[in-house]
Design a protein around this ligand. Structure first.
Ligand SMILES: NC(=O)c1ccc[n+]([C@@H]2O[C@H](COP(=O)([O-])OP(=O)(O)OC[C@H]3O[C@@H](n4cnc5c(N)ncnc54)[C@H](O)[C@@H]3O)[C@@H](O)[C@H]2O)c1
Length: 359
């Protein structure tokens, strides 16, 4: 069986906890190398997951001919530069979110990949989730009629609050990161993946908790000055009077209730987190036809689950079979990047902003 040579760039929290355990077991991935600018991180990840080559220098890593696909797990602010360098070195790229910080950077990557005939895939890979695939097919089959609006939440209390945290989470609270790019991105990929591109956005946004104390890890006790908005409430127009609302904050200590709810003129779909025995519930108003209305739990196939590394597995399938469309497309990521940036503009200027990109 043909396997794709994979090099993992960045051996921090998500690399060790989620990607390396999965990639090292992927049937069609040959995990060739890891790279981190902090030598101990690169060495310990390689030892833990049996990776043959260890790099601390990006240029040397990218010059390795065995690496066909770079999985970029660096912090958000490093993504554009490192994704571009990988494409220029002739590698396919799968980037953790957000692929870039600006639309212009995203377009540069898209054009570079196209010019070189390379595959470029980007998180958030929420549209590979069996739950979202099911919700989309229910909505497209008319299960709730015409969608009037969607509400959802994608918040937590921020990375400084997590336990255990094995690196320094300061970057999450600095320009180029923040809860819209870190958390809202999941909800925005889901909303747009299910309902299509957003036409206009409005937003209330600011800093509500300006100092954060790191609770664990090597910099436990460090106090971080928050320099990005940590509390953003986003309102969207999908066209045709279909609206959406999402909270993207580092201000939610906990939350209960559905992660997303789609309200249609014939019914409602609620989406709970994975782990819930019934992630999808459907309310149908069938009084006129059957004299009945009520909730039904929608079952998913046994074992249907979702995880971040599915984006890598999917891109490998697309490299092996170039006719396969990339669900985690860079164009979708660019649209969400524009949407996220325009949230801040809308908040600062106190107005509704039109979007220009689509996918
Ligand atoms: N932490 C999470 O819970 C989480 C969850 C989902 C997605 N993500 C995404 O995963 C990515 C990484 O997040 P993280 O929390 O693991 O960050 P992290 O800070 O723990 O790890 C990033 C690693 O990249 C390395 N790095 C940065 N620039 C480099 C370069 N030029 N060359 C070599 N190494 C470099 C750093 O030394 C660090 O070890 C981000 O895009 C984030 O949005 C994180």
């Amino acid at each position: 069986m043909k396997k794709i040579g994979v090099g993992v760039l960045g051996c921090g929290v998500i690399s060790n906890s989620t990607y390396l355990p999965a990639i090292s077991k992927m049937e069609k991935a040959n995990l060739v190398a890891v790279c981190d600018m902090v030598p101990e991180r690169a060495q310990s990840a390689a030892a833990k997951f049996g990776v043959p080559k260890v790099y601390t220098d990006l240029d040397k890593f990218l010059a390795d001919p065995e690496i066909e696909l770079v999985v970029n797990l660096t912090h958000i602010q490093a993504h554009f530069e490192t994704n571009l360098a990988a494409l220029q070195a002739g590698k396919h790229v799968y980037s953790e979110k957000t692929m870039t910080v600006t639309v212009e950077e995203a377009t540069t990557l898209i054009e570079e990949a196209k010019k070189r005939g390379l595959k470029l895939g980007a998180a958030a890979a929420t549209m590979l989730s069996p739950v979202n695939i099911k919700v989309k097919s229910l909505i497209q089959s008319g299960a709730i009629g015409r969608v009037c609006y969607v509400t959802g939440r994608h918040s937590h209390f921020g990375a400084a609050d997590f336990e255990p945290w094995s690196t320094d989470p300061t970057w999450f609270f600095k320009p180029g990161a923040g809860p819209i790019l870190d958390m809202g991105v999941y909800g925005l990929h889901s909303y747009t993946g299910i309902l299509g591109p957003v036409k206009r956005v409005a937003c209330m946004s600011g800093i509500s908790v300006p100092k954060r104390r790191v609770r664990s890890g090597p910099v436990a006790g460090k106090v971080i000055d928050v320099e990005i908005d940590d509390n953003s409430q986003i309102l969207m127009d999908f066209g045709n009077n279909t609206f959406g609302f999402l909270d993207a904050t580092y201000c939610a200590k906990a939350a209960k209730g559905p992660r997303m709810t789609f309200y249609g003129d014939e019914g409602v779909i609620t989406v709970n987190d994975y782990g819930d025995p019934h992630p999808i519930s459907l309310f149908r108003d069938d009084r006129d036809r059957f004299g009945y209305q009520g909730w039904t739990e929608i079952d998913l196939p046994r074992g249907a689950t979702w995880g971040l590394p599915m984006g890598v597995e999917h891109l490998i399938e697309c490299i092996l079979d170039p006719s396969k469309p990339i669900i985690t497309s860079a164009e979708h990521a660019r649209h969400v990047i524009e949407l996220m940036n325009k949230c801040y503009v809308a908040a600062r200027e106190g107005r509704t902003i039109e979007l220009e990109t689509t996918f």
